[in-house]
Design a protein around this ligand. Structure first.
Ligand code: TEU
Length: 472
C-alpha cells in the first residue's frame, strides 16, 4: 500500500485488508446479477518491491529472476545510469548495495519496473489476465500502459524548455525515451490477443499523451486497446471555442472504426466541481454524457463532491509527501463516497483513511436523491435520457457553432437530430437556434424547463446546458 494498491505483491489474490478471493467472487456475481460489468485495474508496469519476483531478482546478479526487472550499472561517477526522473519526484533509479547496480522505478522506489522486453515477464503477466477473466471479470483498465516499453539504450531525456519551478519535477524533462516507445504497440497487441481469447471483454489503456500519439494506442488495424483513455477534458481550457476545436481534433484523429471515449475525472485528478465549481460541473456532466463515445465518470462527481481539504497530518499520498506544497497531492479526490447521513456517511463502519467533505450531512446520495434539482438527479436524468436515445449513444457528432461562447452541437442522423447547447459562463447567454427553428427543451441542467418550446432563439441562464429536440 505504498501507492494505495499500485504496488502489487500478488497478482492473483485479494489483499487481506480488503477481504478474500471468495469475497471478490461474491462482489462479481452480485454485480453481474444487477446487469453491471466489473473491470479490474491491471498494474503491469511495476510490481511492489515486496513481490517475490523482486526479492529473488535483487538477491544476486545471476538470480533466475534478475532480468524480470531493469538493472543497470552505475554511471562512471557512481551516480544513476541516466537522467530519468521518477513521476513522484527524485531520480528514477535506486542503488542496491547488495549487488552494486541500480534498478529503475518510474514511480516510487517501492514500485520497481518490470522488464517487459523479457518474454518470461510477458508470459507470466498474460497468465494473470487469464486468471481474472476465468473468474469472470469483464475487462481491464491497464495502468500506465504507455510506460511499458522504454528506450533499449536508456538515453537521457532532453530538458523541457517550458518547465516552471512550481511544476512537478517529472516535468523538467520531456519523457521522450522513458515512455511511449514504439515497441509498446507490439506488447499491447499481444495483450489484446489474450483478452480476445475470452468473449466480450474490454481492454482500456491509461495514457496521458497528446491526441496524435494517443490514437496510436488503438493499434494497427485496431489491434491495440479498445479504448485508449481520452483525458483531454481534464486538461482542456474551459471555453466553447477551445472545446469545440478539441472535440473536432479528436474526432478527426480517430482511426477508421476506432470508438471514441471521454473521461471527466479519475482518482489522480482534482474533482470536476473543484476545478469548475458546482454550477459549471453540471454543464460538464451534460457535455460528458452527450458527446460521442464511451463516457467515464468518476465516483462522487455525481454528488458534486468538492475539493476536500486534507489537514497536513492526514496526508497519505506519497506524491504529496515527496513534493509537498505544489498541489500535486491526490488525497482530496480520494475521499469516501457519501451515501447517507449515517456515521462515516454510510461508507464504512470504521473511520475512513480520508475525511468527508464538511457538508456531508447534506451532500450525500440519500439526501440528494430526494432533492428534485440536485446534481445527482441531473446525472440520473442524463443517464436515462442517453440510454433511451440512440442519437446520443451512437449518433454522429456535428459541431454547430460557438457563437456567444455557447458550445452548440448536434447528435444523431439526418432524420433525427438532438441539439445540445452549453453555456460555459456564469452569465446569461443567447442561443440562436439553427435556421431559426422551433424546438422543445428535453432537459436543462437546472432540471426545471422540461417541455418548454423555444422559437428561433432561447436564453441560457448562467451555467445552463440544454438538450433540445425539433418540435413537431
Ligand atoms: O497514474 C499514472 C500517472 O501518470 C499519474 O501519476 C499522473 O502522472 C498524475 O496523476 C498526473 O496527471 C497511475 C495511477 O492512476 C496512479 O494512481 C498511480 O499512482 C500510478 O499510475 C502508478 O501506478
Amino acid at each position: 500500500m505504498a501507492d494505495f494498491g499500485y504496488d502489487v505483491a500478488d497478482y492473483c489474490n485479494i489483499d487481506p485488508l480488503f477481504g478474500t478471493l471468495a469475497d471478490f467472487d461474491v462482489v462479481l456475481s452480485e454485480a453481474h446479477r444487477r446487469g453491471l460489468k466489473v473491470i479490474l485495474d491491471f498494474v503491469p508496469n511495476h510490481t511492489s518491491d515486496q513481490h517475490p519476483w523482486f526479492a529473488e531478482s535483487r538477491s544476486a546478479r545471476d538470480s533466475a529472476k534478475r532480468d524480470f526487472y531493469i538493472w543497470r550499472d552505475p554511471a562512471p561517477d557512481g551516480g544513476p545510469p541516466n537522467n530519468w526522473i521518477s513521476n513522484f519526484g527524485g531520480s528514477a533509479w535506486e542503488y542496491d548495495e547488495q549487488t552494486g547496480q541500480y534498478y529503475y522505478h518510474a514511480f516510487l522506489k517501492e514500485q520497481p519496473d518490470l522488464n517487459w522486453r523479457n518474454p518470461a515477464v510477458r508470459a507470466a503477466m498474460y497468465d494473470v489476465l487469464r486468471f481474472w477473466m476465468r473468474r469472470g471479470v469483464d475487462g481491464f483498465r491497464v495502468d500506465v500502459i504507455w510506460h511499458l516499453m522504454k528506450d533499449p539504450d536508456f538515453r537521457d531525456n532532453p530538458p523541457n524548455p517550458a518547465f516552471q519551478p512550481d511544476q512537478a519535477e517529472i516535468q523538467s524533462f520531456l519523457q521522450v525515451h522513458s515512455a511511449d516507445h514504439p515497441d509498446v504497440h507490439g506488447i499491447i497487441a499481444e495483450m489484446r490477443k489474450v483478452v480476445d481469447e475470452f468473449d466480450d471483454r474490454v481492454l482500456i489503456g491509461e495514457i496521458y499523451l497528446p491526441i496524435e500519439r494517443l490514437v496510436a494506442y488503438y493499434g494497427e488495424d485496431l489491434s491495440g486497446a479498445h479504448l485508449p483513455f481520452n483525458f483531454q477534458l481534464i486538461s482542456a481550457a474551459w471555453h466553447a471555442p477551445q472545446m469545440e476545436a478539441l472535440i473536432k481534433e479528436y474526432e478527426a484523429a480517430l482511426p477508421e472504426g476506432g470508438w471514441p471515449n471521454w473521461v471527466l475525472g479519475n482518482h489522480d485528478q482534482p474533482r470536476i466541481a473543484a476545478r469548475l465549481g458546482e454550477a459549471q460541473a453540471r454543464v460538464a456532466a451534460m457535455l460528458l454524457l452527450t458527446l460521442r463515445g464511451t463516457p467515464t465518470l468518476y465516483y462522487g462527481d455525481e454528488i458534486g463532491l468538492p475539493k476536500v481539504e486534507i489537514p497536513p497530518e492526514e496526508v497519505h499520498d506519497p506524491w504529496e509527501k515527496n513534493e509537498p506544497g505544489l498541489g500535486l497531492g491526490r488525497d482530496p479526490q480520494r475521499t469516501p463516497m457519501q451515501w447517507s447521513d449515517a456515521p462515516n456517511a454510510g461508507f464504512s463502519r470504521t473511520k475512513p483513511w480520508l475525511p468527508l467533505s464538511p457538508d456531508w450531512r447534506e451532500r450525500n446520495v440519500e439526501r440528494m436523491r430526494a432533492e428534485r434539482g440536485s446534481i445527482l438527479n441531473l446525472y440520473r436524468r442524463l443517464l436515462v435520457y442517453r440510454s433511451e436515445h440512440p442519437a446520443l449513444a451512437t449518433g454522429a457528432y456535428h459541431s454547430v457553432t460557438t457563437e456567444n461562447d455557447v458550445l452548440v452541437y448536434e447528435r444523431g442522423s439526418q432524420e433525427r437530430r438532438l441539439l445540445v447547447a452549453l453555456n460555459f459562463h456564469d452569465e446569461e447567454r443567447i442561443l440562436n437556434l439553427p435556421a431559426g427553428q422551433t424546438m422543445r427543451i428535453m432537459l436543462s441542467t437546472h432540471l426545471d424547463r422540461d417541455g418548454e418550446v423555444v422559437r428561433g432563439s432561447a436564453s441560457l441562464r448562467p451555467n445552463e446546458g440544454l438538450i433540445l429536440e425539433p418540435s413537431p
